[in-house]
Design a protein around this ligand. Structure first.
Ligand SMILES: Cc1cc2nc3c(=O)[nH]c(=O)nc-3n(C[C@H](O)[C@H](O)[C@H](O)COP(=O)(O)OP(=O)(O)OC[C@H]3O[C@@H](n4cnc5c(N)ncnc54)[C@H](O)[C@@H]3O)c2cc1C
Length: 196
C-alpha cells in the first residue's frame, strides 16, 4: 500500500489519555513551566466519557496538585461520614463490624465522587493554564527514534480495522487526520486523501 501523508504537530509534551493521571501530569508540567506546549489526546468523545462513573476519592492528590481545589469548585463535595460493611446474601444481608477491617477500608475524610465530573473539572483547570486537550483523538501508534525511544504518537486515524490495524475500505478517507509530535516522522504518499 502507498505511504500516507500526515499532518505533523510539533509540541513539547504529548500526553495520551485525559484521565486523572494524564490531566494531573499536564497541570503539573504547566505549573513547572508555563511556556511548555502541552497537549492531551483523549479517545473519548469528551473528557470523562471513558472514566468510571463513581469512586471514593482520597483528596490527598488534589491537596498537593491544586491546594485551592475547593475554592475552584471541584466537584468533590460528598464527604464520607460513616462506613458500614455488609455481606450481601440472596435474600438480604448482614452487617459486619468495622473493627476487623484494615485501615484502607476506612473512608473517613474521603469523598464519593463522579470521576467523570472530576476529570472534566481537571480538564477545565488544565485548559485555563494553557493545556490543549483534544477529545475524540485516539493515539494509535508510537513514533520511535532510531534508538528506540519514543518521539511522538500517531493520532486521529479512523478507518482502520481492529487487530493488526490494517486499513479498512474507508481508510484513508476518514474525517480526521493526524497530529504528530515530530515533523521528521512524516510519511509521504501520492494518493492519500487526508483533509488538512
Ligand atoms: C471497577 C473500578 C473501580 C474503581 N474504584 C476506585 C475508587 O473507588 N477510588 C479510586 O481512587 N480509584 C478507583 N479505581 C481506580 C481508578 O479508576 C484508577 O486508578 C484511575 O482511573 C487511573 O487513572 P488514569 O488516568 O491512569 O487512567 P484512566 O482513568 O483509565 O484514564 C485513561 C484515559 O485515557 C484514555 N485513553 C486510553 N487509551 C487512549 C488512547 N490510545 N488514545 C487516547 N486516549 C486514550 C481513556 O479514554 C481514559 O479517558 C477503580 C478502578 C476500577 C476499574
Amino acid at each position: 500500500m502507498a505511504e500516507i501523508e500526515r499532518e505533523a504537530m510539533d509540541v513539547d509534551v504529548v500526553i495520551v489519555g485525559a484521565g486523572p493521571a494524564g490531566l494531573s501530569a499536564a497541570i503539573r508540567l504547566k505549573q513547572l513551566d508555563e511556556d511548555l506546549n502541552v497537549v492531551v489526546l483523549e479517545k473519548g468523545s469528551e473528557v470523562g466519557a471513558h472514566i468510571l462513573s463513581g469512586a471514593v476519592l482520597d483528596p490527598v492528590g488534589l491537596d498537593t496538585l491544586l491546594p485551592d481545589w475547593k475554592d475552584k469548585g471541584a466537584p468533590v463535595t460528598s464527604e464520607v461520614t460513616t462506613d458500614r460493611f455488609w455481606m450481601l446474601t440472596e435474600k438480604g444481608g448482614f452487617k459486619i463490624p468495622g473493627w476487623p477491617m484494615p485501615p484502607f477500608m476506612s473512608n473517613h475524610g474521603k469523598s464519593v465522587v463522579s470521576m467523570g465530573q472530576v476529570a472534566r473539572w481537571m480538564a477545565e483547570q488544565a485548559e485555563a493554564m494553557g493545556v490543549e486537550i483534544y477529545p475524540g483523538m485516539a493515539a494509535s501508534e508510537l513514533v520511535l527514534r532510531d534508538d528506540g525511544s519514543v518521539k511522538g504518537v500517531v493520532a486521529g486515524e479512523f478507518g482502520k480495522e481492529a487487530g493488526p490495524g490494517l486499513p479498512s475500505a474507508s481508510f484513508p478517507n476518514s474525517p480526521a487526520t493526524t497530529p504528530l509530535t515530530d515533523p521528521s516522522s512524516r510519511r509521504t504518499s501520492s494518493d492519500a486523501a487526508m483533509p488538512g
